[in-house]
Write a protein that binds this ligand. Structure first.
Ligand code: DAT
Ligand code: MG
Length: 148
């Protein structure tokens, strides 16, 4: 089954949005497969955002991500990468629809509360980077109530 990497950024943690955000993915029916509370260092953050290293906002982005603990997660389910991005909302909260996480809880692009992988291939890379020890093998007993 498809997996995605979701991270609650330092502002989401500081603002007490952890439970709310996890609840949205849980209530949708996705399965939590990995979770850790972790503060990353500069070289790790630069690896995570390597694709953006030439952008003018890169240094500020890295500073923000290392500024406090984050909640790193793996969520699993049918189409979870695309649907996860829809639950999160557009990158700039000014454009994120109400009802999405960024639409409901963020204002500035550089404080947009949450990260989600943008493709199955980047999810695979991000899960390997953040969870080198591997993730839990389990299947929810609700499976047949969520999938036909
Ligand atoms: P997303 O997080 O929606 O996948 P992205 O991968 O293009 O967006 O960028 C990663 C983060 O970088 C994004 O969540 C916020 C920040 N960012 C993106 N574009 C920016 C910009 N034009 N100015 C400032 N920060 C930006
Ligand atoms: Mg991205």
């Amino acid at each position: 089954m498809e997996q995605t990497f979701i991270m609650i950024k330092p502002d989401g943690v500081q603002r007490g949005l952890v439970g709310e955000i996890i609840g949205r993915f849980e209530k949708k029916g996705f399965t939590l497969k990995g979770l850790k509370f972790i503060t990353v260092d500069q070289s790790f953050a630069e690896k995570h955002y390597a694709d953006l290293s030439t952008k003018p906002f890169f240094n500020g982005l890295v500073e923000y991500i290392i500024s406090g603990p984050v909640v790193a997660m793996v969520w699993e389910g049918k189409n979870v990468v695309t649907t996860g991005r829809k639950i999160i909302g557009a990158t700039n909260p000014a454009d994120s629809a109400p009802g999405t996480i960024r639409g409901d809880y963020a204002i500035d692009i550089g404080r947009n509360v949450i990260h989600g992988s943008d493709a199955v291939e980047s999810a695979r890379k991000e899960i390997a980077l953040w969870f080198p020890e591997g993730i839990a093998e389990w299947r929810s007993s609700l499976h047949s109530w969520i999938y036909e």
